[in-house]
Ligand binder design. Structure first.
Ligand SMILES: NC(=O)c1ccc[n+]([C@@H]2O[C@H](COP(=O)([O-])OP(=O)(O)OC[C@H]3O[C@@H](n4cnc5c(N)ncnc54)[C@H](O)[C@@H]3O)[C@@H](O)[C@H]2O)c1
Length: 349
């Protein structure tokens, strides 16, 4: 069996929680090298994953040029996604890039231009595409089980915004946008993934509750200059209305993600908290009430993000991974949502 030697750039939360265990859980992948500018994190990773010191790097280009890896996971803050991806592309090295694809639209478009000249295997980690319930919902909706779609309502709520220090996620030059870029990119992609529909227009509203936050080193305060929440009213292909609510200020909601789709023949509710089931209503079902019924998600919809990356490299992708095109699409969409929020006008896409 072919072995794919992976290097991970950025050893923070997502690398440890998703990418590294994900790589280790694939059939072909092996974690060969790690990179972070923080030497303590490198040392810790070296011990935790038994990576030889010679494969621990503080420079991602040194890691790529060492000859010890075939592909790379990009797990840095958002403003570094494109520089690392471009470096990988220059070396014909496949990459799995965290979301959002970049901190700015111009960076995303720069990446797209380079990618079109050299379309190596590349994916953007819109991780919820790998949830079985989302894939099942996609099949149901796109096979016409609900008939023509009438409404889409989508929410993505987290709770940590009130008390967080000024980590990079609150600094526009590093992160791009706030709740919209962090959570919104997922839910916008998920609705597009499930329905198969593109966006025709958006009316956005966004705002910030907290302008100053404690610096992470405890030495004073710093400015937060990103959105804390965003709401979007959109029209999808065919004039289908969709609304989105996105916030990091929803106490009681750890990672709450819900999509409700109502069609002419029925409805489904996807809720991230119930990974193995969907709530479904089908017109004509013989039952006493109008209540939703729980339906189990068939086994065949189970998927894994990092295995999907390996499959992409090995040219056996199921075609459901998010591409560079998808990543750039969502970046453009978010730019228009912010523009609409600033101008108060509906923007056509
Ligand atoms: N797909 C998801 O659901 C999901 C969830 C969480 C985070 N993310 C994304 O993952 C990325 C990282 O988020 P995180 O929460 O792990 O952040 P983090 O702050 O915990 O980790 C980022 C790491 O990158 C390192 N780094 C910074 N500059 C570097 C450089 N030049 N070279 C190498 N390493 C460098 C930092 O030292 C840090 O260890 C972000 O883009 C974020 O949006 C995605």
């Amino acid at each position: 069996m072919e072995t794919i030697r992976m290097g991970v750039v950025g050893l923070g939360g997502i690398a440890h929680i998703v990418h590294i265990p994900g790589i280790q859980g694939t059939k072909e992948g092996t974690l060969t090298a790690v990179c972070d500018i923080d030497r303590e994190k490198l040392e810790k990773a070296s011990q935790e994953y038994q990576i030889d010191k010679k494969y621990c790097f503080t420079s991602y280009t040194d890691m790529m040029d060492s000859g010890c890896i075939d592909a790379v996971s990009i797990c840095t803050p958002n403003n570094l996604h494109v520089p690392v991806a471009l470096a990988a592309m220059e070396r014909n090295m496949a990459f799995a890039c965290e979301k959002p694809i970049s901190a700015t639209l111009s960076d995303a478009e720069r990446l797209l231009t380079a990618y079109e000249k050299n379309p190596i295997p590349a994916m953007v980690c819109f991780s919820y595409r790998y949830k079985a319930a989302a894939r099942y919902a996609r099949d149901l909706v796109q096979s016409g089980a609900l008939g023509k779609i009438r409404h889409v309502y989508a929410q993505y709520f987290q709770a940590w915004g009130e008390k967080a220090p000024l980590i990079w996620r609150f600094v526009k030059s590093i992160t791009g946008s706030g709740a919209l870029g962090d959570l919104g990119c997922h839910i916008l992609d998920l609705v597009r993934f499930i329905t198969g529909l593109d966006f025709k227009s958006v009316t956005g509203q966004h705002g910030r509750f907290i302008n100053e936050r404690p610096l992470p080193d405890g030495k004073g305060m710093g400015i937060s200059d990103v959105d804390d929440y965003a709401n979007v009213m959109a029209l999808l292909d065919g004039g289908i209305p969709a609304t989105f609510q996105i916030t990091r200020f929803a106490y009681g909601r750890g990672n709450y993600q819900r999509v409700e789709i109502y069609g002419e023949k029925g409805a489904i509710v996807y809720n991230l908290e119930d990974e193995d089931t969907l709530q479904m209503y089908q017109q004509g079902c013989k039952r006493k009430s109008e209540a939703f019924q729980e339906v189990s998600v068939p086994e065949k919809y189970k998927a894994d993000q990092m295995q999907s990356f390996m499959d992409l490299i090995l040219n056996k992708s199921d075609g459901l991974t998010a591409s560079v095109y998808d990543g750039v699409y969502i970046s453009r969409l978010m730019e228009k949502i912010l523009e609409s929020g600033e101008s108060g006008k509906t923007i056509a896409l």
